[in-house]
Write a protein that binds this ligand. Sequence first.
Ligand SMILES: NC(=O)c1ccc[n+]([C@@H]2O[C@H](COP(=O)([O-])OP(=O)(O)OC[C@H]3O[C@@H](n4cnc5c(N)ncnc54)[C@H](O)[C@@H]3O)[C@@H](O)[C@H]2O)c1
Length: 263
Amino acid sequence: MAFRDKKAVITGGASGIGLQVCKQLLANEASRIAIIDLNENKEDISKLRAAHPTQPITLVKMDVSNRQGMDNTYEELKNSFGSIDIVVNVAGIFNDQEVQQTILVNLGGIINSTLAALKVMSKEAGDNGGVIANMSSVVGLDPMFLLPVYAATKAGIINFTRCLGNDIYLNRTGIKFITLCPGATITDMFTNFTEKILFADMGDESYRVLDRLNKQSASDVARCILSALEKEKNGEVYIIEGKRLFSMEMKSYWRGIEKELNE
Ligand SMILES: NC(=O)c1ccc[n+]([C@@H]2O[C@H](COP(=O)([O-])OP(=O)(O)OC[C@H]3O[C@@H](n4cnc5c(N)ncnc54)[C@H](O)[C@@H]3O)[C@@H](O)[C@H]2O)c1
């Protein structure tokens, strides 16, 4: 997928990794983008607008956990954009002390945004299809003892996206689904990390883990996200670690489904 003249929606695009994805899509000549975020980050968005005066940037202040709000947002974006080619679902939080909110925003938000986008991108409804990329994490693949709630939401995102990445959906909708699993990345998400782990008395362990992590920059992660989008491999799961993109070979454990489908 070349990005020239593409129209993209980025949730969580007002800061961190999402903001870098916006910057790089615009630098690669996307014709317009929409950012869905709770945070307006007027300063950085104004700079982005000034750097790309002919590529409109729509900022929608919306909570991704609001299902009806997300449906309405995508309807409105479809009406003003005409069509949407790319969705990158980045919005997420880390605070294992806030269990409900973590589930509703991280897993619920990705599900809401994906299902709302499906309705306005699907070729079943006369649209062109496209690519939807959902942000998980390496901790969605491998357990990370300090953050079980966050990790559970990220594991859920992988399975949700892989279910939709079955070619049966691609044939119906023309939409490809990919999952992104970055390792540690320098953003605001690490601010006050130790106060946001599930068990506050594990502060020492959390410092030890934080010290050892080899962190990459948000712009390195965004560059890898664009190359994952370019590959357009339906159902693929990618790790983004050490500034590089790796395709994951996902093992299949449940054989029963094959038997049932073949009977
Ligand atoms: N930073 C890391 O080490 C890392 C590693 C792997 C995955 N991730 C994931 O990458 C994504 C981006 O995180 P980041 O590190 O750039 O952090 P960030 O805090 O800089 O960015 C998150 C963005 O999501 C927005 N957001 C939060 N809740 C929202 C809501 N309810 N509705 C709409 N927008 C909302 C925030 O306002 C912010 O702009 C997250 O999903 C995170 O879980 C981060």
